[in-house]
Design a protein around this ligand. Structure first.
Ligand SMILES: Cc1cc2nc3c(=O)[nH]c(=O)nc-3n(C[C@H](O)[C@H](O)[C@H](O)COP(=O)(O)OP(=O)(O)OC[C@H]3O[C@@H](n4cnc5c(N)ncnc54)[C@H](O)[C@@H]3O)c2cc1C
Length: 144
């Protein structure tokens, strides 16, 4: 049986995991690894900011949607890929050997590239993640 490890539990990672399991069935062990147990429907974040949606309206638990499909979930971020020995090492030190690896960890937001940018060290709001959008919603209320 082939061991397939998928890094990332969002659009890319979940689509890959569901399709691989659907097409390969018992021929493959599919494991999704993500530091976040939430799948967030990102296109609805602007509605969350406006107060038209709550986080629970646009969020699913990744562990709950994978289990019925026979896909394993590891709730932990990947820290390192050891390509020579074909294994992923997670931030909690778990080692996940693989035959095939799908990397779908999305973008890295480089707020530091521009002085003053970003919600933490800078002066701007952001709509890219659920946590950022919740804070942007608070800014919106203050403006109003
Ligand atoms: C407000 C907004 C509106 C959008 N609207 C649309 C739209 O209408 N149509 C459209 O096509 N696209 C839209 N997009 C873009 C779309 O959401 C992205 O293209 C899509 O989310 C990318 O999916 P992804 O799986 O590659 O990455 P992401 O969705 O960024 O997911 C990355 C995943 O990897 C996980 N991860 C990160 N690092 C690690 C690690 N080290 N180890 C394990 N897991 C890790 C994260 O927790 C997450 O689960 C929108 C985006 C935003 C922000």
């Amino acid at each position: 049986m082939s061991r397939i490890v998928v890094l990332g539990g969002s659009f890319g990672g979940l689509t890959a995991a569901f399709e691989l399991k659907r097409l390969l069935g018992k021929k493959a062990d599919v494991t999704v690894v993500s530091g976040d147990d939430r799948f967030v429907f990102l296109p609805s974040l602007p509605w969350l900011i406006m107060g038209w949606r709550k986080p629970e309206d646009i969020t699913l638990r990744v562990s709950e949607i994978l289990k019925p499909k026979g896909i394993e979930f590891v709730h932990d971020a990947a820290k390192q890929i050891d390509a020579d020995s074909s294994k992923v090492i997670t931030s909690k030190g778990k080692e996940l050997p693989y035959d095939h690896l799908v990397i779908s960890t999305g973008p890295y937001l480089s707020f530091d590239e521009i002085p003053g940018l970003g919600p933490d060290k800078g002066h701007t709001d952001c709509t890219f993640t659920l946590d950022h959008a919740l804070r942007t919603g608070e800014s919106w209320k203050k403006i109003l």
